[in-house]
Design a binder for this molecule. Sequence first.
Ligand SMILES: NC(=O)C1=CN([C@@H]2O[C@H](COP(=O)(O)OP(=O)(O)OC[C@H]3O[C@@H](n4cnc5c(N)ncnc54)[C@H](OP(=O)(O)O)[C@@H]3O)[C@@H](O)[C@H]2O)C=CC1
Ligand SMILES: O=C(O)CCC(=O)C(=O)O
Length: 481
Amino acid sequence: MGEIFLNYINGEWRESTSGRLIDSINPANRDIVGSVQSSTIEEVTEAINAAKTAKDEWRRLGQFNRGQLLYKAAEALEKNLQDVAETLTEEMGKTLPEAIGETQRGIAILRYYASEGARKEGDVIPSSDKDALMFTKRAPLGVVGIITPWNFPVAIPIWKIAPALVYGNTVVFKPASEAAVTAAKVIKCFEEAGLPKGVLNFITGSGSQVGDALINSKNINGITFTGSENTGRLVAKAASANGVKFQLEMGGKNPVIVLNDANVNTAVNAVLSGAFKSTGQKCTASSRVIVQSDIYDQFKSLLLQEANKITVGDGLLKDTWMGPCANESQYNTVLEYIQIGLQEGANLIHGGKPVESSTNGFYVEPTIFENVTSNMRIAQEEIFGPVIALIKVDTPEEAIEVANDTQYGLSASIFTTNIGSAITFMDEIEAGLVRINAESAGVELQAPFGGMKASSTGTREQGEAAKEFYTAIKTVFVKAE
Ligand SMILES: NC(=O)C1=CN([C@@H]2O[C@H](COP(=O)(O)OP(=O)(O)OC[C@H]3O[C@@H](n4cnc5c(N)ncnc54)[C@H](OP(=O)(O)O)[C@@H]3O)[C@@H](O)[C@H]2O)C=CC1
Ligand SMILES: O=C(O)CCC(=O)C(=O)O
């Protein structure tokens, strides 16, 4: 049995009274990586109360001083980088280089929001009254609930926790159970930074119990969520009922358009990386590849040639390019979607099968379908696995029409050397992230991140944009007498 990770409430690691544990399973070999507690609803309340009690003092500490503590958290994570990254690989399967990259990204995000501590908290606005001073001042929301998925167990919690804290909120954080051990190790870095007690609280347990209690609490002031659309809807419903500010980042069905004038090598490399890195388990993953007819055969043949080189295995091994699906349920979902694709009449041209391993890992071959039409389920539903659908089109206009033919609108790419086609795409595509000659996955911490349509609530995370969610604006009007 691995190590047991407790809840972190009011500045101390606490045992749950439930006595029940949730084991975190390594998807490469089904070993237990560690365990977290299945907490009770009362413990969720304790965590929220701790955050509520801590919030005034935390606000009064001031933005600059809060930022200084985030620098310390960054230092602590840097010191623990290798351990956190290895745990991440063991827990959710992405390769070690990807896990190291994600952890380094977490450190950079912490430093970005630490430096935000020294930036402005408002704007001076001219008043119509020449004797008055009018300005805005940002105020924290209060207690913010954070619920995160398992696919980026370091980066996503940090890109929510760091801005929440620097802008003066206190936090109750419930990680995905599938990746809660990694999350606990990240929380230890915040503890090491010396945050005052109650400022950051960490509570584990199932979404349907602990998550549900958090989203339905009347004592939180904001809730931010990344995960599936179904859960996102529950968060929205509960938050609206309680008048709580909310932010949702959900699925994607991200298109990549390859036009006749594209650089085929660049497009193929970007599609492979966008679709299969992290085993396709990114909301920004490329899943529909819309290729113009004249270049189709050339693109397909190079894509297949390169896809053949992908090595699937344990993410800790040096030769592995693609790790396992993160868990058994995800593995079964991917295999089910492959069957759905076949039943729908799509043509399987690469992969499509589980990869046998002596360790019983949740491995699936990188999979490519062609003759896919936009109405098929494999072209409409988020699979969250290493499966792509090739769709052939005749014109750039048809390509954009197909690209927009989805309920989602997170990320979209085009490969073209024609600047006019690129500009039309930029204007016409319904997506929050618009990528020209670049893969659909790829997020920069200093830029706004979020989607259109069913992918998000339209709010943006990361960069300066995060401030809009984590603060409220006070407009102050001052006269001498
Ligand atoms: N956009 C994205 O980045 C992601 C999208 N997905 C999509 O969602 C699918 C399912 O993945 P899954 O992990 O089940 O996603 P979920 O939406 O179920 O999980 C995301 C987070 O929400 C929590 N949660 C689950 N149910 C509730 C609830 N009723 N109230 C409050 N919180 C809850 C989960 O807790 P717990 O882990 O304890 O269940 C987890 O922390 C994937 O196949 C993929 O399509 C998944 C992950 C990320
Ligand atoms: O592509 C990324 O780096 C982030 C993607 C993401 O937010 C997600 O998959 O949930």
